[in-house]
Design a protein around this ligand. Structure first.
Ligand SMILES: Cc1cc2nc3c(=O)[nH]c(=O)nc-3n(C[C@H](O)[C@H](O)[C@H](O)COP(=O)(O)OP(=O)(O)OC[C@H]3O[C@@H](n4cnc5c(N)ncnc54)[C@H](O)[C@@H]3O)c2cc1C
Length: 413
């Protein structure tokens, strides 16, 4: 290492790692057009190009890479869901996240810290026991812990906040975080290296559907013909589905988060409480991140509100009273596409060759690798839905086969 440093230091010429090639003109046609340059769209492009030999792909992003929810989320990665379908799916994603830095040769700052969810009522304790058992059944590291164990794990946590004393906790050792921009950039760099074209500032405005089959997309830079399209636009999912003439069960709500000045390390695990509608975590830089539930009304807007700040911080301070003196540095919001059962929508659509990656609500960052991988398999096979994502098809809303994750999503994301 010191030798290499010296070599590069003394050399006037050394290879400069170019992140993304300079933007080009759009080609008239691509085999695959991916709408949305967030983590999901970029991951799908990467797995298609790396593992299926499909490289004639354009990722069209109306803004900048990862500038949607990917760069706005609080980076919680976990698999302690409630349903067997959910646990199996997210557990695969956690495994993939663990190897992502190696796969990219680029540090995504994966940090396994465990996630603690607090139970304040007997009903929650019972629900958590069920989650722990389902998780263990599918190989997840999740168990119930008591007040004493919680105290040892998080000494700074107030176990008797106001009217809601903590009774027990769901301790999920696989809980982790990763640097969200790095995930987007890792996928983008590796996809671009394999010939995928990534076009920023390129908005898909209309979809051309002929005889029930997608044939082209119209953008602010012209029309592009395509063999198939993957829609991965998160908060804009319902709007894009409308352009495709697809009825959607999605409603869109803003979701806010905020962060304080840095502190010395005091909190290793991610801590959340659905009864207090709040989760708290400390970043590697020492800042404390707070998040909670979505705003209570549907809206396509990324403004921050004083209402949310007041209610969220009141609860956060109940959990960690010493934070009452902290200085808040930033507050922000994203727009999230919520489904009625709090599970995503992945797979086929009523339009031929038009594939859906939607309904990621407040929980989609953690699924980025597995969603990209399975969506790539779906596209490469010409529409054969991989078993892992079969339960998440759009048709479940008309066949009464919903995958209800409401209890395991709430304020934990
Ligand atoms: C505050 C907050 C906290 C969150 N915390 C967590 C968390 O801790 N853990 C977790 O797992 N999830 C979390 N989420 C949810 C998570 O961020 C999203 O589910 C996930 O990022 C979705 O990824 P994506 O790639 O599908 O979407 P995005 O990153 O939003 O990418 C979609 C892209 O599509 C582009 N686009 C939209 N319309 C068009 C168009 N017409 N043409 C071209 N491009 C278009 C957008 O500009 C955007 O860049 C959180 C979200 C928010 C807002």
């Amino acid at each position: 290492m010191p030798f290499n440093l010296l070599k590069y230091g003394l050399s006037s010429e050394y290879p400069v790692d170019v992140d993304l090639p300079a933007p080009k003109e759009l080609k008239p046609a691509y085999d695959v057009v991916i709408i949305g340059g967030g983590g999901h769209g970029l991951a799908t492009a990467y797995y298609l190009s790396r593992y299926h030999g499909i490289n004639n792909i354009a990722v069209l992003e109306k803004s900048y890479l990862g500038g949607g929810n990917t760069a706005r989320n609080t980076a919680v990665i976990r698999s302690n869901y409630l349903t067997s379908e959910g646990v199996k799916f997210y557990a695969e994603s956690v495994k993939m996240f663990q190897g992502l830095s190696n796969e990219f040769d680029f540090n995504i700052m994966y940090s396994e810290r465990g996630q603690l969810t607090l139970a304040h009522t007997d009903a929650t304790v019972r629900a958590f026991r069920q989650r722990a058992e389902v998780n263990k059944h599918f190989g997840g590291r999740t168990e119930m812990i008591d007040r004493q164990q919680i105290r040892e794990l998080v000494p700074t946590l107030n176990l008797d906040p106001g009217h809601l004393p903590v009774l027990a906790g769901l301790w999920h050792l696989d809980g982790a975080t990763a640097r969200h921009d790095a995930v987007a950039w890792g996928y983008a760099k590796q996809a671009a290296k394999r010939g995928v074209e990534i076009h920023q500032l390129t908005e898909v405005q209309e979809l051309v559907i002929e005889n029930g089959t997608i044939s082209a997309v119209k953008t602010n830079r012209g029309t592009v013909r395509c063999g198939c399209v993957v829609q991965a636009v998160a908060g804009m999912s319902s709007q894009m589905m409308k352009k495709a003439g697809i009825r959607s069960p999605i409603q869109t709500f803003p979701l806010q988060a905020m962060v304080t000045q840095p502190f010395k390390p005091f909190l290793d695990p991610l801590v959340s409480s659905s009864a207090l509608h709040c989760y708290v975590q400390q970043t590697g830089r020492g800042e404390v991140v707070f998040g909670g539930g979505s705003d209570p009304y549907p809206l396509f807007n990324t403004r921050s509100t004083l209402d949310l700040k007041e209610s969220l911080l009141a609860h956060a301070i109940e959990m960690f009273p010493f934070l009452a003196n902290a200085k808040l540095m930033r507050q922000w919001a994203g727009i999230t596409d919520m489904t009625p059962d709090y599970s995503p929508i992945m797979g086929l659509s009523p339009v031929k060759n038009y594939y859906l990656d939607a309904g990621w609500g407040t929980w989609g960052f953690k699924s980025t690798p597995i969603c990209g991988k399975t969506m790539a398999e779906l596209v490469a096979s010409g529409g054969k839905v991989p078993d892992l994502i079969k339960p998440f098809g759009l048709e479940r809303f008309s066949t009464f086969a919903q995958v209800n994750e409401m209890g395991a999503t709430a304020a934990s994301h």
